[in-house]
Design a protein around this ligand. Sequence first.
Ligand code: TRP
Length: 445
Amino acid sequence: MKENRGSWGSNIGFILATAGSAVGLGNLWKFPYLVGKNGGGAFVIVYLFLVVLLGFSLMLAEMAIGRNGKSDAYGSYRKLNKKLGIAGFLGIFTCFVIFSYYSVIAGWIVKYVIEFIKGGIGGDVAAHFGNHISSPVAPIVYTAIVLLVTAFVVLKGVSGGIEKAGKIMMPALFISLIVITVRVLTLPGAMEGVKYYLTPDFSKINGQVILAALGQVFFSLSLGMGVMITYGSYLDKKPNIVKNSLLVTDLDTIIALIAGLAIIPATIAFGHEVTAGPGLIFITLPSVFAAMPLGSIFGTVFFILVLFAALTSTISLLEVVVAFVVDQAKIERKKATVLITVAVFILAILNSLSFGPLAGVTLFFGMNFFDFLCYLTDNLLLPIGGIMLCVGVGYVWKEADVVAEVTNGGTVKFRLVKVWLFVIRYIIPVVLVLILLQSIGVLKI
Ligand code: TRP
């Protein structure tokens, strides 16, 4: 079976695909609106601190488990200890759930790309957006398009599909993001926004801001759900995974920072509020593009780049589940991909309808289906996944073996290996347990 699992063609291909998983709507949609909602520069500082402390460490832990296990997330965890299989399974389940709502939002982006190609969105953008996401059929069709493209790439396998997609989409994304950012920063009035973005007002930092930043670190870096385990499992023993983790973490963070640098000043320069929340790129930005010279062209480029980012993420969300079914049930990749995509589509339909006909159906702890799934993943599944990851690497796996895996048997220099293990064993679990207690209402932050 092993020979059929697939592997990366090159280390750069691995980096681009992995960065592709991490860079997504989290960077281009969520990060800027969280910055706007949580006090500008203050949020940025807290986020950066947490990326350095937690992000890199967990990324490395996951890649190590995957490369050691040479199997999907479930199989790789089980290789450390049979009981840990549950951790892998939970991660795979989390990916499945995230995929079902992420593809709906990616579908809205497809719709926006088409609207901008047709010349942009004028008039009452909020009403336009509201009408689209609440209609019963159209958004489901766009979601289906996202699922089809994603499945098509995953069908083609690790190096022939996923790696190729990353190699094309990631550089395109990066270049367009730079072009947009330069355009925005040369707008009159942009500097005021830059100041808001870069000047931290420390009085704005509170428990909620820290919690939001922490959740965002997990979401943005795709941590705690077996993605980096799965992608790491297609690596051979040569690449330096310490360096790779650092690179992917850096790339993801840089792209989030640049996205903020484009979106926040653009919003402020045209006199809009940055505190709009989730509607920031869907409602505020189209008005900004409408007011900008050549705005429909810049708008088209912007939404295509967001779509690329979203697709490289949906590809990895699907791949985690497909790898599990291929490795554990020994089902052929093609069959597994089709089966899972159909299953996800059913959940995605319910998610899409949560913005329209099912919006009032609050059967799930007072939340509608979409809100419930977001809450479940962000507040429960991700911290639990993170805790299990720390337990696996910090306590179950033998220290000598962990160190051998991350240093390629001692041939790679990693001076901070002891610090890394300390963070994994003692710091991250404590932080995550606090988060969990707060999520279930035991603790009030
Ligand atoms: N990291 C992705 C983003 O920023 C979102 C994401 C969360 C994700 N979990 C994932 C992507 C798992 C792939 C796999 O948009």
